[in-house]
Design a protein around this ligand. Structure first.
Ligand SMILES: Cc1cc2nc3c(=O)[nH]c(=O)nc-3n(C[C@H](O)[C@H](O)[C@H](O)COP(=O)(O)OP(=O)(O)OC[C@H]3O[C@@H](n4cnc5c(N)ncnc54)[C@H](O)[C@@H]3O)c2cc1C
Length: 408
């Protein structure tokens, strides 16, 4: 028997049409439409019935989008500031929360009414996030949290935050972590912006000063936070790797091709122009490879959370995006050296917004691609060890109680 519910594509299209008939996207706003889309089970169709889905295969999600676009010029995609909530918060809540918590959190994440952030990284724990030092100590029905997080994307906009923190320092690092959902508006949470090389503050430092969190907000059991964190991270890598254009030749590569067509060819020699053309062709091939890899992975996706193979697209997306935007600067020639417009320090209302100086902005922003969501070196470790089965790198602190591990 199939692991999925018995609804075929025609039936799914009919249900999507019923949604559009009830409330046409052109006659309403994103939040209202997406709230109703959730109620109809058409938010993420692979989620269970009653929780925004219909228990279908993840590859059926495209049908909803396709059918809405057939009947409406407007399509309300995931709001940019909700990428973390939808890409990571929803699967984690769906996997570990109680039904009551799911009913409370899931609809508002999907509609965009409530923004979520992910608080894993700390000043001395990024790649080695399991070595983190923030602490939660139990006090009756509550936990009291102290410590600091860093690089927390959209924390300044968030209502809820996914927090991994240490609840037991006497056991090895992976065994002493617990996972909480915290109310970012609680007393004891302080958010300070951090400005990136682009001038935008997408992310923040977050400080916890005697923050009190109800025990019921723990996802998974006490000491099992690493498992929940891994679920979050696997979903994050798939979300980042798959975030590019769904259309052949669309997204960033179309901008590069435009720049190539508009460039002043007289600036370079014939040999330089020929070399640039080869690199532009190579970039187009890479972006198409990425698009097809993501498409193939979506078609093969099974129910449940993704595994370590999601790091393939994440690694390739990061490295090919950096190459593509470096090339864009080369195509611009001497004009690529200035940053004359659109550069200002500002706290953005979502994820990176960009500026009019698009290629120059993307050149700077793409430096983050091989850091955010885990660095390219860490992706290679994961693929080598967990997908290809190569020997693991030495991990000397793995079996030592966290409190006994020397640290500066
Ligand atoms: C734009 C952006 C947004 C982010 N958003 C969030 C967020 O919302 N929430 C959050 O929790 N974090 C976020 N991060 C943080 C991100 O996850 C970390 O920066 C990342 O995991 C790397 O950690 P680190 O900065 O501490 O670097 P380190 O871990 O100190 O790494 C430094 C260098 O050493 C290399 N290295 C480390 N360990 C190994 C190893 N074992 N083998 C080989 N090389 C290694 C790394 O690849 C890197 O080049 C964000 C980062 C960026 C850039």
């Amino acid at each position: 028997m199939s692991e999925f519910a018995n609804i075929d594509e025609n039936e799914l299209r009919a249900r999507t049409r019923a949604l559009v008939d009830e409330l046409h996207p052109e006659k309403t706003d994103s939040q209202t439409f997406r709230a109703l889309q959730y109620e109809h089970g058409l938010a993420l169709v692979h989620f269970p019935e009653g929780f925004g889905g219909l228990g279908l295969s993840p590859k059926m999600n495209y049908v909803v989008r396709d059918e809405i676009l057939k009947h409406s010029k407007v399509y309300y995609d995931h709001p940019p500031a909700s990428i973390i909530g939808i890409g990571m918060g929803m699967p984690v809540v769906n996997t570990y929360a109680t039904d009551e918590q799911k009913r409370r959190w899931l609809p508002k994440i999907f509609s965009g009414e409530e923004i979520w952030c992910q608080m894993f990284s700390e000043p001395s724990a990024g790649s080695d996030v399991a070595g983190l030092t923030s602490r939660a100590v139990r006090d009756g029905d509550e936990w009291v949290v102290n410590g600091q997080k860093v690089w927390t994307t959209v924390a300044h906009l968030s209502k809820w935050g996914m927090l991994v923190t240490r609840t037991n320092p006497d056991v090895p690092k992976h065994d002493g972590l617990s996972y909480f959902v915290i109310d970012m508006e609680s007393p004891g949470v302080e958010v300070r912006p951090l400005y990136q090389i682009t001038g935008e503050a997408e992310f923040n430092e977050v400080f916890f000063n005697d923050l009190r969190v109800p025990h019921e907000n723990m996802l998974g059991k006490e000491g099992q936070g690493w498992r929940v964190a891994i679920t979050t991270l696997m979903n994050e890598r798939v979300a980042i790797g798959g975030a590019g254009s769904k259309k052949k030749g669309g997204g960033g590569i179309s901008k590069l091709i435009d720049l190539w067509k508009e460039r002043d060819a007289s600036e370079g020699s014939a040999a330089q122009n020929a070399m640039l053309r080869d690199r532009v062709t190579q970039a187009w091939i890479e972006q198409e490879l990425l698009r097809r890899t993501v498409e193939r992975a979506a078609a093969a996706a099974k129910a449940g959370n993704p595994g370590p193979e999601g790091s393939v697209a994440k690694l390739f997306q990061a490295e090919s995006a950096k190459r593509m935007w470096e090339l864009a600067i080369d195509v611009l020639g001497t004009k690529g050296l200035s940053f004359e417009e659109g550069y200002e320090l500002r706290q953005v209302a979502g994820m990176a917004e960009g500026s009019e100086a698009y290629a120059k902005y993307q050149f700077l922003r793409s430096r983050a691609n091989s850091i955010e969501g885990g660095t390219s070196e860490i992706m290679k470790n994961i693929l080598g060890e967990r997908v290809l089965g190569l020997p693991g790198e030495p991990r000397v602190d793995k079996d030592v109680p966290w409190k006994d591990v020397p640290r500066s």
